[in-house]
Design a protein around this ligand. Sequence first.
Ligand code: NAD
Length: 495
Amino acid sequence: MRVTVIGTGYVGTVTGACLAYLGHRVTCVDMDQEKIAKLQRGEMPIYEPHLEELLADAAARGGIDFTTELAPAAQASDVIFIAVGTPPRPSGEANLSYLEAAARSIGAAMDGSKFRVVVNKSTVPVGCGNLVETLVREGVREAQPGEEKRVRFGVASNPEFLREGSAIADSLYPDRIVLGAEEECTTKVLRELYAPMTEQTFAPPAYMPRPVAMTSVPLVTTTLTSAEMIKYAANTFLAMKIGFANEAANLCERVGADVKEVMAGIGLDSRIGGKFLSAGLGWGGSCFGKDVQSLLHTAEEYGYQARLLEAALAVNRAQRQVVIQKLQEKLFILKGRTIALLGLAFKPDTDDLRDAPSLQIAERLIQLGARVKAYDPIAMPACKAQHPELMMQYCDSVRDAVLDADAVVLVTEWDEFRHVDLEKIAHLMHQPVLVDGRNLYDPETARNAGFDYTGIGRAARARTNRNSQKGDSQPVNSRAASLEPVAALVDAPHK
Ligand SMILES: NC(=O)c1ccc[n+]([C@@H]2O[C@H](COP(=O)([O-])OP(=O)(O)OC[C@H]3O[C@@H](n4cnc5c(N)ncnc54)[C@H](O)[C@@H]3O)[C@@H](O)[C@H]2O)c1
C-alpha cells in the first residue's frame, strides 16, 4: 500500500519505518525542514535504539522517503497517518492546532481518484475523529470548491502505545493494535495494512528478534470514540499505577518497609501484575502528564470530577520534591553545595526531555543556591539546546560529574550507571551522599562502597537482628539476594 505519515517525531518516524519494513511504500512528511533534511541525509533527528538500521532496512524493503511537501504524498496514498504533536496548553487541554492544520492540508491535497483512509495516530481527546473528518472536508471545500462529493475518505483512530527507548520492538511486536472507525470499509483497509504485523508473517530484523512464542497480535476493532478513550484510559491507568508505587514508597519509609520487596510481593498477584510498580522520582515524559491533564479536562467538560486522576497528578507533583527533601535531610544546607545529577532524559534510551524530573530538580536546586553538575550519555546536547535557562555544568563523564560533589542524585537509570564502580565514585566526592532516585543500586552494596545511601521507600532492615537472635541465621545479604529475581519482575517506571 502507499502510505503517508505526517509528523516525523518519535511516533511518526518509527511508524513510517515499521510500515515500510513490512513492505509498504511510505512517505514521511514534516513541516520542520531541518528534521527532513537530516532524515534525507540518513541522520537521526531523535535518539531511538536501532532506528537508523530500521530505516536502512525499510528503504530496501517497501521504500521510505522524507519530504516537506504533503500534497503529492497524500494524493498518491491509500492511507494517511497523522502523527503530529498534541502538547498540553497551560489549561491542561490538548493543543490541537497541529492536528487541525494537518487535517485541513490533507483535505486540500485529496482528489477523487481513490478511497483513502485518514488515520489519527496522535493522542487526542474524545471526539477528535469527528473533528478530523470535518476539517478534512473543510480543507477539500476551501481548496477545491465543488469537489467535495468526489473526494472519498474514511477516518480512523489508531492510537499508539510505543515507549521511547523500546519503540521499535513495541511497534513491530505490540501487545495489541487498536482500530476505531465508523465504517467497515475503513477498518478493512487498515486490517490489510497491518496484516503482516497482526499475523507476524514478516521476517524479523536481526537486531530486533520476535519475542519467543509470539505468533499473532490481537486486533481490537471498535468505534472512533472508544479507540480514543482506550489510549487515554491506558496512559492514565499506568500513571496511576506508578503513582501508587510512589505513594506506597513514602509509606514504606515511614513504617520501615522496603518498597521494592512490597511491590514485588504484590506484583506476583496476576490481578495486579509486576510492571509499572517501580517507585522513584515520579513519572515524566511527553505523554503521562499531558494525557492525565487532557482526560481531566474532558471530564470537566462533561461535568465530572475524576478524583483518581486528580490524585495521580498531585502525587506525582509531590514526588518530584522528594529528592530535594532527602538532600536537605542529608546536607542541611544546599546553598553553595555541589550536587551531581546522573541522567537528564526522562527515561533511559531516549534523548527526550519533555517533562523530565531532572529539569525540575535542577531548577529547584539552582533556586536553593546549589551548584549543579550533570552528566547524561545521550540527552546533554538536547538539554543544552532546549533549556539554556538551566545554569548547570555539563560534564563529560560520571567521574567529572561526581568529582568534589557533596551529593550525587541518580535521576535516570541508564545502563551505564548500573555498572559504575561505586567505591571509586564515593572516593572522588567531597561527601559521599547518594540519593538513588530510581532504586537502581542495592543499598547494602552502596553503603559498603562508602556511601551515605538513600533510595525511595527503602527502609533499613531493622528487623533482621531480632530475627537472628531468634535463631534465624540467614544473613541479611543472602535474604536480600533471594528476593532479587522477584524484584526484577517489577520493571522501569516509564511509558
Ligand atoms: N512520544 C511517545 O512516546 C508517544 C507515544 C504514544 C503516543 N504519542 C502521541 O503521538 C503524537 C506525536 O508524538 P511525538 O512524541 O512523536 O511528537 P513530536 O513532537 O516528537 O513530533 C511531532 C512532529 O510533528 C510535526 N508536525 C506538527 N505539525 C505538522 C504539520 N501540520 N505538518 C507536518 N508536520 C507537522 C512536528 O514538526 C514534529 O516533528 C502525540 O499526540 C503523542 O501524544 C507519543
